[in-house]
Ligand binder design. Structure first.
Ligand code: NAD
Ligand code: DAU
Length: 351
């Protein structure tokens, strides 16, 4: 292979599949390797439209298996790594913290070691891009924004594991000179979003007339970004970001959960030609998430000023596109909500 090789981990997941598609289509002269263990969250149906592309290869592998990862790196010799593979759901991290440590911390260190091994201090044209989250900064009060210099203050096992992985990535830059960049992004939404997360869970429940579970009083606030705009930001930082630096990515688009769900209900009623107010009747306040962060909001000024980034999709448009995608992809939704999902759902919401 003479083409530049970019290895993307977690490419069968929600965000990863959009990143893989963006890179496969935009960079025909690069070879894109999608390395994914295909956990419950990984789904090759997300990538049917690129699976035959000549510059795309899928490799099933687990980032916690250090020997296998090293062998794959020695075979494919990636010039760049974009690392998204992770356990990503806060509620699952509360039930099973250790699997988050194993995948998110040890898995990341395995990738760093493999990159260090194959690059051997020749870092010209090389890059390790770690995809992280705004949750590492903890929770904001009613005002303020997270900047790249905000102190790390994670509260859930998920965010603690992501914070730890961020520290390891920076440590490999400072100690071994590994050429790294990091992005810390706010809540994504869009096509292929797994229905354990708020927006797709609500869409799924509205479609099947099931209660919409709102944790606590519903006044928790998140900053929502359309997933394709996250993929664009990753492309930009991967190619143009400064070594050793991190970039916050967000939509300047804050919503209280309850207000967002009410808007979603309104749009769903419209699209399903249901009587206005039908879906809203499904809203049910349930037991709060332990350690629930009140508010996340990103100051995305640095990526805007330095790299010219701005989201391209408004929230109104993005939410409409998302609902339309779920309505046109009911088979996808059925596949991912059968089997294991039912057991997860019973356990999580019948407490
Ligand atoms: P996801 O759960 O939808 O997908 C994760 C992917 O990683 C899946 O394809 C899964 O099979 C794969 N994976 C999990 N464990 C693995 C392992 N041990 N080895 C190899 N592959 C493994 O997650 P997502 O929402 O697409 O998030 C992707 C990344 O972006 C994560 O690192 C997450 O922390 C980060 N992030 C997510 C959001 C968000 O709103 N979803 C926001 C900011 C950052
Ligand atoms: O901020 C970025 C993070 O966003 C990512 O790092 C995570 O991977 C991603 O899962 C997401 O985390 P959140 O915890 O914010 O997302 P979630 O969709 O689980 O929840 C969004 C909000 O909705 C949060 O305040 C909890 C609430 N919620 C969630 C679920 C699943 C409910 O009220 N009811 C629910 O059933």
């Amino acid at each position: 292979m003479n083409k530049k090789v970019i290895l993307i981990t977690g490419g069968a997941g929600f965000i990863g599949s959009h990143v893989v598609r963006e890179f496969v289509r935009k960079y025909p002269d690069n070879h894109i390797i999608n390395l994914d263990a295909l956990t419950y969250a990984g789904n090759l149906e997300n990538l049917l439209d690129v699976q035959q592309a000549p510059n795309y290869t899928f490799v099933k592998a687990d980032i916690t298996d250090a020997a296998h990862i090293l062998a794959l790196f020695r075979t494919y010799r990636p010039d760049g790594i974009i690392h998204l593979a992770a356990e990503s759901h806060v509620d699952r991290s509360i039930e099973s913290p250790l699997s988050f440590v194993t995948t998110n911390v040890i898995g990341t260190v395995n990738l760093l070691n493999a990159a260090k091994d194959i690059w051997q201090n020749d870092f010209d044209g090389k890059r390790f891009h770690h995809v992280s989250t705004d949750e590492v900064y903890g929770s904001l009060g009613e005002t303020g924004l997270f900047t790249e210099t905000s102190a790390y203050d994670p509260h859930s096992p998920y965010s603690a594991s992501k914070a730890s992985s961020d520290h390891f990535v920076r440590a490999y830059h400072d100690t071994y000179g590994l050429p790294v960049v990091l992005t810390n992004c706010s809540n994504n939404y869009g096509p292929n979003h797994f229905p354990e997360k708020l927006i797709p869970l609500c869409i799924n429940n509205i479609l099947s007339n099931k209660p919409i579970p709102i944790y606590g009083n519903g006044k928790y606030t998140r900053d929502w970004l359309y997933v394709i705009d996250h993929a664009r930001a990753i492309d930009l930082v991967y190619h143009k970001g400064n070594n050793g630096e991190s970039y916050n990515v967000g939509g300047f688009n804050e919503w209280q959960n309850i207000q967002l769900v009410e808007e979603l209900c309104r749009q769903m009623d419209e699209k399903l030609a249901r009587e206005p107010g039908t879906s809203q009747k499904l809203i049910t306040f349930v037991k709060d998430r332990p350690g629930h962060d009140l508010r996340y909001a990103i100051d995305a000024g640095k990526i805007h000023r330095q790299l010219g980034y701005a989201p391209s999709v408004s929230f109104e448009e993005g939410l409409g596109l998302t609902i339309d995608w779920f309505l046109s992809n009911k088979a996808w939704l059925e596949h991912v909500t059968s089997g294991q999902y039912q057991q997860y759902y019973q356990k999580q919401y019948k407490k």
